[in-house]
Design a protein around this ligand. Structure first.
Ligand SMILES: C=C(O[C@@H]1C=C(C(=O)O)C=C[C@H]1O)C(=O)O
Length: 186
């Protein structure tokens, strides 16, 4: 894992669309996973005996252009969500400094606890709109797939959710890795 941490951040600039703008969403059940409103952590936990959050890295970075237009810097957390040792989801969360300051200890001490436990444990955060992306990973995300022995040429489906906290907003993107897409299909 330490080698993997060296390449943080893995995220890449992706084109996100609101679901109704995508003419070909995947069939269910993958479509249901992409559009599900509750905690992804909870959903994932019900599909495995052992759930683990592997933190790839955290830090203050410049968002990609178009990723968080109102922010020049954001606190970024990238993790792998693993089910029975198999990485199912690459998640990338962006939190603006103004929100981080208000909940600093919560976010900075998360460690390997899932972010969902924080976002869904109180009504302080409200889940908002969902966007969807369909892409083939390139650069470091492709290398990460390769290091995880998953097909780096496999087209991936991801979703991006906005959570509001008073008048602030954070963004959580979750990409379903090839292993997950295979297992969800069955
Ligand atoms: C937002 C949630 O938290 C999950 C956990 C994350 C983390 O620990 O960084 C990131 C994305 C989510 O899949 C959720 O459970 O829905």
């Amino acid at each position: 894992m330490s080698v993997i941490r060296l390449s943080f951040p893995y995220g890449e600039s992706i084109q996100w669309f609101s679901p109704e703008k995508i003419d070909q969403l995947p069939k269910s059940p993958l479509k249901d996973w992409l559009l599900s409103k509750g905690s992804l952590t909870q959903k994932l936990r019900s599909h495995c005996a052992e759930f683990e959050v592997k933190v790839l890295g955290e830090g203050t970075l410049t968002p990609f252009s178009g990723e968080f237009p109102s922010q020049t810097q954001a606190w970024v957390r990238e993790v792998l969500l693993c089910l029975d040792g198999i990485p199912w989801v690459f998640a990338r969360t962006l939190i603006p400094g103004s929100l981080l300051q208000q909940k600093e200890s919560d976010f900075l001490t998360l460690g390997t606890r899932p972010l969902g436990e924080l976002l869904f444990s109180s009504d302080e955060f409200s889940p908002g709109r969902i966007e969807v992306a369909h892409f083939t990973p390139c650069h470091k995300l492709a290398n990460l797939m390769h290091s995880l022995k998953q097909d780096a040429n496999h087209e991936l489906w991801g979703r991006r959710r906005y959570f509001s906290y008073h008048d602030e907003e954070l963004i959580v993107s979750e990409t379903f890795l090839p292993a997950a897409q295979q297992l969800i299909k069955n």
